[in-house]
Design a binder for this molecule. Structure first.
Ligand code: C2E
Ligand code: CA
Ligand code: CA
Length: 722
């Protein structure tokens, strides 16, 4: 017993060193008292019964400093007497206790019961019930307060449950409680306010309801492990509201265990921090996530996919990188508005995310381009199946803002480790496969080495094309257009040719798309206009009466400077605007319609006629066409080919002609090769024909010769018989 007394004395002395004069005096007085107490205990009489094993008993002086700390207190709070004694009692309070005020101990609750929150050494918060008794020293002077504590249990049964239910319901934080199977058993109204899901929509479901897809399986595994280990996980995660919107939330997830340690429930407290997340975090997000879809952007994709590749190297895993491009969104934006197009992009993001596994990475890397990282894909075919699934998903009309919209999509696939083991190269391969997939209409293509070869080939060609432009290797050929009434030549289209020094004549289908891609088309286009005008001038000088010559324009030439550029070229060669006609394609019409109309109107005001090329292959509808000052429609060759035997082609040709007549436009049929086609088109009411039936594109001199000779097409059977 004496050891105990000495031990306590030592403890008190140590504690006293930390205190100021007055408190030290108290502590020393207390030491006296304690020693006295121990002496009494040694004599077999217990003072207050303070050390009964299961009692938690502490004593504070009148200033609130701890002067007594029994083993029960040590067991409950985790502080040894040496750590506790001499501290102010406030050190047991929870940091966020707003009413942290020791006045609660004096004097009104004397002898009474009160239920309070306190914090243990390990940070855990416990609810305690206090019984307070004044303490006196040996001389009978008030010494402070004896505080007996026991775990709270003041509110029993129903009352307590009602109170807790009330607190949960009124909480500003969203509360979600699940059972041991992770089924939601309870949510509060803040939950509904934040997420948009009502009680009935959420109860019985799992918290996956709110899963944003932003976090990978590994992350979620870490949260689970933390909960199994310490029982609590705190952090910030991205959730998804019922309306699809993503939101950052600050979450605490805890578990409740039964006496055997089995988890019976989990509960999450979360708050929507989308409004008050600090600027830095928002910047961070903006740098990593695409604001429209909430999906990772290209830079985060590089990071995430880099991790996947690193892991796959360790585990010898295989996988794939897909790039998916959605087309027609530009046209939708032009016709139905930018906001609707944005909404559509967001919706597609959600659709793709939902169709993919959680472990798959989905990022939006460009306007209408998404990248998908597939992990642990056993075979190439599996990656192909995923691509097929995504395309099928997007093939059905998508409802956005009350519109039912149809989009098109293509996918390029690169696989690792076959194609490469680094993100940049895989991305390059997938993009190349994508380009081929959309070009060829295949929809889905795997990367092949030949693609790279042809890409290199193209680069070479592009370099050579620049030289061709400078070195007079380009020339214009002229394909006549003839009237279906008189059979006479009424115009011609200038078509570019490349006389390559080694490869011979290269057709425009090969190099025009390349020039479009590289931007070289603008220079080429300028050259074509210049050359056509020069030729027309030359024919005029030779005294030849020539019909209007049509020049093809690329959409990239169509900027606000175009009318002035055209005017300058015409003037330079002394050519009238009516002698040149411009052919444009539908792709131009869907691009920023208002600006395009303005430019077209300027050209028309100058006295030029505009023809719409390849009509029927694109997007245009009659209502849409009305907005543009176009005087000639050229029916695309693909519809002429099947005439007059293919029912479908006949129907289309008939519809186009009917439509064009309503708009009072002249109709030219392209690529007419047979008399049957000609007859059908003439009877339909087509005005002109252009095609091999009459002549392919010819050298300028040959075309001039036809004109001089007055070459004609026999357009009627009667004439033919003669
Ligand atoms: P396009 O404007 O649709 O030109 C008509 C194409 O059909 C020409 O091919 C012409 O030779 C071909 N064609 C004409 N009649 C027939 C026929 O009866 N049967 C068949 N099978 N084909 C016929 P070409 O000259 O190879 O031009 C291909 C495309 O290259 C043009 O299609 C046009 O889009 C583009 N292009 C040609 N020259 C230029 C130019 O100066 N500038 C721009 N931007 N593009 C050009
Ligand atoms: Ca054309
Ligand atoms: Ca055409």
């Amino acid at each position: 017993m004496l050891e105990t007394a000495l031990e306590r004395a030592l403890t008190l002395l140590r504690a006293a060193r930390k205190l100021d004069g007055e408190a030290q005096a108290h502590a020393l007085a207390n030491l006296e008292a304690a020693l006295e107490e121990d002496r009494a205990a040694a004599r077999g009489q217990s003072g207050h019964g303070a050390d009964k094993a299961d009692d938690v008993l502490v004593e504070i002086d009148q200033g609130g400093y701890l002067i007594g700390w029994n083993p029960g207190a040590e067991a409950m709070f985790g502080y040894s007497p040496a750590e506790a004694i001499g501290q102010h009692v406030l050190f047991l309070y929870c940091a966020d206790d707003e009413d942290a005020d020791i006045a609660e101990l004096f004097p009104s609750q004397l002898g009474g019961l009160t239920e309070v929150r306190r914090r243990k050494k390990n940070g855990d918060v416990i609810w305690l019930q206090l019984v307070l008794t004044p303490a006196h020293d040996a001389a009978g002077q008030p010494r402070g307060m004896l505080v007996q504590m026991s775990p709270a249990g003041l509110l029993d049964g129903d009352a307590k449950q009602r109170l807790h239910a009330r607190i949960i319901e009124d909480s500003e934080q969203g509360v979600l409680i699940t059972d041991h199977l992770e089924r939601i058993v309870s949510v509060n109204s803040a939950f509904t306010r934040i997420t948009g899901y009502s009680q009935s929509e959420s109860i019985g479901r799992t918290p996956d309801l709110l899963r944003s897809g932003t976090h990978d399986a590994e992350f979620r595994g870490r949260v689970r492990a933390a909960m199994r280990g310490h029982g609590t996980w705190r952090g910030e995660i991205i959730g998804r509201r019922k309306n699809g919107e993503l939101f950052p939330q600050s979450v605490t997830v805890s578990v409740v265990r039964d006496p055997n340690g089995e988890i019976t429930n989990t509960f999450s407290l979360f708050s929507d921090i989308s409004v008050h997340k600090d600027a830095e975090a928002r910047m961070q997000r903006m740098a990593n996530y695409d604001s429209l879809t909430g999906l990772p952007n290209r830079s985060l994709l590089n990071h995430l996919f880099g991790q996947v590749l690193a892991a796959s190297r360790r585990n010898n895993d295989r996988g794939a990188l897909l790039v998916l491009d959605v087309s027609r969104i530009g046209a939708i934006s032009d016709t139905l508005g930018h906001e609707l197009a944005n909404e559509l992009i967001g919706t597609i993001g959600v659709m793709l995310r939902m169709a993919l596994r959680d472990a798959d990475i989905l990022a939006r890397i460009d306007g209408c381009k998404y990248a998908i990282g597939l992990q642990a894909v056993g075979t190439r075919e599996q990656a192909g199946l995923v691509a097929r699934k995504l395309l099928d998903l997007l093939a059905a009309p998508i409802t956005v803002g009350g519109h039912s919209l149809k989009v098109n999509a293509d996918v390029g696939i690169a696989t690792y480790p076959e194609d490469s083991a680094d993100t940049a190269t895989l991305m390059h391969c997938a993009e190349m496969a994508l380009a081929r997939a959309s070009e060829s209409g295949a929809g889905i293509l795997f990367y092949r080495e030949e693609m790279d070869l042809s890409a290199r080939e193209n680069m070479l060609l592009e370099t050579e094309l620049r030289q061709a432009l400078a070195g007079n290797q380009l020339e214009l050929h002229y394909q006549p257009k003839v009237s279906l009434r008189s059979g006479r030549i009424v115009g011609a289209e200038a078509l570019i040719r490349w006389r390559h020094p080694e490869r011979g004549m290269i057709r425009p289908d090969v190099f025009i798309p390349l020039a479009e891609e590289s931007g070289l088309i603008v220079e080429i286009g300028n050259w074509v206009l210049e050359e056509a005008c020069r030729q027309v001038r030359q024919w005029m000088d030779e005294g030849l009466a020539m019909p209007p010559i049509a020049v093809n324009l690329s959409a990239r030439q169509f900027d606000t400077g175009l009318p002035a550029r055209v005017q300058a070229v015409l003037e330079r060669h002394g050519v009238l605007p009516g002698q040149i006609m411009l052919e444009i394609t539908e792709s131009l019409l869907v691009r920023g319609a208002d600006l395009v109309i303005t430019i077209m109107n300027q050209l028309v005001a100058m006295g030029m006629a505009l023809a719409l090329d390849d009509f029927g292959t694109g997007y245009s509808s009659l209502a849409y066409l009305k907005k543009f000052p176009i005087s000639v429609l050229k029916i695309d060759r693909s519809f002429v080919t099947g005439l007059p035997f293919d029912e479908h082609d006949c129907a289309i040709a008939r519809a186009i002609v009917t439509m064009a007549r309503q708009l009072r436009q002249e109709i030219v049929a392209e690529g007419v090769e047979t008399r049957e086609q000609m007859t059908f088109l003439r009877e339909l009411g087509c005005d002109q024909l252009q095609g091999y039936l009459f002549s392919p594109a010819a050298l300028a001199s040959d075309f001039a010769q036809m004109q001089r000779e007055g070459k004609r097409l026999m357009v009627t059977a009667e004439v033919q018989k003669v």
